[in-house]
Ligand binder design. Structure first.
Ligand code: SF4
Length: 354
């Protein structure tokens, strides 16, 4: 690992942030939650609610996917107080398809806390933000920097990669998280920290990309250890791959004569906690469990639905039947509302209805 960097390397720190901010002033991405560098310098102030909402949505999800969903959320709930007043089910429904549903539950819990205990005003420091439900180290730093221009150290996946290359880190990122954080901290300026944090994210997303980094377009190539050593393409070092196991299960798609689908509320804890889902078996390795259907019916196998989740591949045997009467504890999801189901269940319904 490079020994060129320490928190006392002031020349590098100043050179890095000056070059990066100059580049950002010319190349900042236009994003619906962002105040542009020009607007910011003219006195515009970011809305902490928009910053927080975008940061929660962007965790594990791409800008292209988040952009329309962010706008739909804002149309429906333009303030944190409005979001806090919404029923949790509505928020979970609007979140469908964004994945990692615990984020939506935390989002709502955080909005309720800000509305009820903080008078609808977000705390303006990293420490204050960290005290809110569902806000971790990254989100607290990002909101403190971007919304309140605090010199917080913001390290997301893009920043991890830029730091790993800038300092020629020769181990997988997940093994050196604290060192990467220290490198990022050593470069964080006091001047324009909000723009700096966004500039670093933009650099990682558009120039210092995971594959084929565009070093010749990079504003900080002169001080980049990986570029100087000619190893930018080889970094960050990849961790040894763990095979993703395959789990199997059975789902039951009960259809009404109008095409509505019989659904149930999933337990609050666990995958898709609190969301609507299809009844079915547990998901396990080694083959689908032999289980009786959860309700009587003329069940037939319609096919298989496959889906890949973070920790496993899933193969579901899809059974279907006409269901005349809705049993207790189940509810109908109309054909036009199927987008409120998590993707894996939507795939199963698609198999069932051909
Ligand atoms: Fe990334 Fe290349 Fe810039 Fe280094 S010079 S930060 S590797 S794009």
């Amino acid at each position: 690992m490079s020994d060129r960097v320490t928190g006392t390397d002031k020349g590098r720190k100043r050179g890095f942030s000056t070059a990066l901010l100059k580049w950002y002033d010319a190349h900042a991405r236009a994003l619906p939650w962002r105040v542009s560098p020009a607007a910011r310098q003219a006195g515009a102030v970011p809305d902490p609610y928009r910053v927080w909402l975008s940061e929660v949505m962007l965790q594990q999800t791409t800008v292209a996917t988040v952009t329309p969903r962010f706008e739909a959320f804002l149309d429906r709930w333009p303030t944190v107080t409005a979001l806090a007043a919404a029923p949790l089910d509505d928020v979970l429904g609007e979140w469908a398809g964004l994945g990692y549903y615990a984020r939506a539950r935390n989002l709502h819990a955080c909005a309720v806390t800000v509305a009820n205990e903080y008078g609808g005003v977000f705390p303006d420091t990293e420490e204050g933000l960290l005290a809110l439900p569902g806000i971790g180290r990254y989100t607290a730093a990002a909101v403190a920097a971007i919304a309140f221009d605090r010199p917080a150290t913001v390290v997301d996946g893009n920043v991890d990669r830029v730091m790993a290359r800038q300092f020629a880190v020769d181990r997988p990122i997940r093994e050196v998280k604290e060192e990467i954080y220290a490198f990022a901290e050593s470069l964080t300026p006091k001047k324009r920290p909000g723009d700096y944090a966004q500039a670093l994210m933009d650099l990682g997303a558009t120039v210092c990309r995971p594959k084929a980094p565009q070093c010749l377009l990079c504003p900080v190539l002169k001080m980049c250890d990986a570029h100087i050593q000619g190893i930018a393409d080889a970094l960050p070092v990849k961790p040894a791959k763990k095979a993703r196991p395959t789990r199997y299960g059975v789902v039951y798609v009960g259809l009404s004569s109008e095409g509505a689908v019989l659904t149930e509320r999933r337990p609050d804890k666990g995958l898709f906690g609190g969301m609507a889902g299809l009844p079915g078996s547990a998901w396990q390795e080694g083959g689908a469990p032999e289980e009786a259907p959860p309700l009587a019916g003329d069940w037939e196998v319609a096919g298989e639905a496959t889906h890949t989740l973070t920790h496993f591949h899933l193969v579901l045997t899809v059974c279907r039947a006409r269901v005349k009467r809705k049993p207790k504890d189940y509810f109908w999801t109309a054909a036009g509302d199927l987008e409120t189901l998590p993707t894996v269940f939507r795939k199963a319904v698609a198999v069932a209805v051909g």
